[in-house]
Design a binder for this molecule. Structure first.
Ligand code: BES
Ligand code: ZN
Ligand code: ZN
Length: 512
């Protein structure tokens, strides 16, 4: 998709589909909706007046209304997209709105569209802060590009419905804001490209995206974005003594991959080294503690944590924050076989801690144990890991919020604030030492599952914490959010790219 930003009036703009946003400005809970266009153009208001006052269109989020040959406009069609209540409008809804317009066009094989930059005349003052021009512009390009992502890549009869051209038409006046709009527009492109790269990795089936292939694609991305990347395998894992990671990998004919990326800013603002550690299980059968057949196919997305970190590194390479960032990806396939690790085995992690295996399906925490410890040896001062770690986290929080765990209040606060700015949902769960005894083993230092099934997301986080020590750390359990089960108006079902935006915002917040 090619994207353009023009500071121009929409009335004379020639396009197959012109999009304008609408909000509901009614206030009381029981009052009738009052849809209003977010534009100062009288031509647009006049051409939609009849339909907007008819009561047929309520401007709910993602609602659409199409007019052909709109009066006074050069556009072939005018699409009105609802954003919900004016009073509660946030950038996330603009992302949804832009995405809705793109998916509306794709479904009708319309290849080119324009979106009118929302002008907030209809909004109350309290929104002028949250909806600043830069955030608005970013939300528009990001939403549009995320919506263009098409997961049906292996259909032989696939019809390419990708959008060729997207134009954002911003107000020509208010010259002071043009630079902010341009900055937001470009940031949206960078962040969307990063999330779509993550999604493209997570989408791939296990037979295509093996750990080795994940290494290859990551190295290619790094080469294109001028960041350092090294891809190691079994020999290096042995040399480093990564007994936990090796234990998981040993059941598969596919060799593991330890991927290490490094971003070095021109002028670092501090001595911080931020480490992004990702769970990259390219397929999780459960191993000897094998999973039920139903739904096992989805376990190709068990590398979504790794995918998020790789996407985040791509965005970081483009945005160039003034802080060092490294990323450690631990990738393996979890298989049952004659060489597989077994329940009852004892593994020795790189840190020297011994782990009794109670369940080979709790493999993510094992590869991450060595990834976290390794990141510390590389000088990490702040760490974040992302993993599709536990079904228990999905039971606890459903599919809206990802689980967040941390050993440091400040780091946690900065992350949560960054994630709110990014429009993602994380909910903190505890990992205090009260839970420590749940992972005690009878014969080794710790065991890889809790003593019983309660608090499964927490016992997994407690396990990781054993390898983190005092380094400020945030753990993200994204098992319930990495995959979208049903098509939405603004985004296709399939991989979501969750956590990329929040991680990038967090890194930028620490770049001081
Ligand atoms: N990859 C799974 C977690 C998962 C479950 C991700 C559902 C996405 C959706 C992980 O490796 C796993 O199997 N965890 C076990 C842990 C248990 C054996 C302690 C689980 O959650 O059941
Ligand atoms: Zn598992
Ligand atoms: Zn897993």
């Amino acid at each position: 998709m090619s994207t353009q930003l023009f500071f121009a009036d929409a009335t004379p703009f020639v396009t197959p589909l012109l999009t304008v946003f609408s909000v509901d400005i009614s206030t009381g809970p029981d009052s009738e909706p009052l849809p209003t266009l977010l534009t100062t153009s009288d031509t647009l208001s006049n051409s939609t007046r009849g339909i907007l006052t008819s009561g047929e269109f309520k401007a709910t989020l993602g609602e659409t209304l199409l007019l052909h040959r709109p009066a006074g406009l050069k556009a072939e069609r005018l699409l009105v997209v609802g954003l919900g209540k004016a009073k509660t409008l946030v950038p996330a809804e603009l992302r949804t709105g832009a995405g809705t317009a793109v998916r509306f066009a794709k479904a009708r094989a319309i290849r080119s569209l324009a979106i009118i930059f929302p002008e907030d005349r209809a909004l109350s003052d309290e929104h002028l802060d949250t909806l600043d021009c830069s955030k608005t512009a970013r939300a528009l390009t990001e939403g549009a590009l995320l919506a263009d992502f098409d997961p049906e890549i292996y259909r032989t009869d696939r019809k390419d419905r990708s959008i060729e051209s997207l134009t954002v038409l911003a107000p020509a006046q208010e010259k002071g804001s043009h630079d902010d709009i341009r900055t937001g527009f470009t940031e949206g492109e960078v962040l969307a490209a990063a999330q779509n790269f993550t999604r493209s990795l997570v989408l791939e089936p296990g037979n295509i995206l093996t750990p080795t292939e994940l290494g290859r694609r990551t190295a290619a991305m790094c080469a294109a974005h001028s960041i350092e990347c090294a891809v190691h395998s079994t020999a290096k894992l042995k040399e480093l003594g990564m007994g936990a990671f090796l234990g998981v990998a040993q059941g598969s004919a596919e060799p593991p991959a330890l991927i290490v990326m490094r971003y070095e800013p021109a002028k670092p603002a501090s001595d911080k080294v931020i480490a992004l550690i990702g769970k990259g299980i390219t397929f999780d059968t459960g191993g000897i503690s094998i999973k039920p057949a139903d739904g096992m196919d989805k376990m190709k997305y068990d590398m979504a944590g790794a995918g998020a970190m790789i996407g985040a590194m791509q965005a970081i390479a483009s945005l160039k924050p003034a802080v060092r960032v490294i990323s450690v990806i631990c990738s393996a396939e979890n298989m049952p076989s004659g060489t597989a690790y077994k329940p009852g085995d004892v593994l020795t992690a790189m840190s020297g801690k011994t782990i009794e295996i109670m369940n080979t399906d709790a493999e993510g925490r094992l590869v991450l144990a060595d990834g976290l410890h390794y990141a510390k040896t590389l000088g990490a001062t702040h760490m974040v890991d992302a993993a599709t770690l536990t079904g228990a986290c999905v039971v606890a929080l459903g599919k809206v919020n990802s689980g967040l765990f941390s050993n440091d209040e400040d780091t946690c606060d900065v992350f949560l604030q960054a994630s709110r700015g990014a429009g993602e949902h994380f909910w903190r769960l505890p990992c205090t030492d009260d839970y420590r005894e749940l992972i005690k083993s009878a014969i080794a230092d710790i065991q890889n599952t809790g003593v019983d099934r309660w608090g499964g997301a927490i016992t997994a986080a407690m396990f990781l914490k054993e390898f983190v020590g005092d380094t400020p750390w945030v753990h993200l359990d994204i098992a319930g959010q990495a995959w979208i089960d049903e098509n939405r108006t603004s985004i296709a079902k399939g991989p979501s790219g969750v956590a990329v935006r929040s991680i990038v915002e967090w890194v930028r917040a620490l770049a001081v």
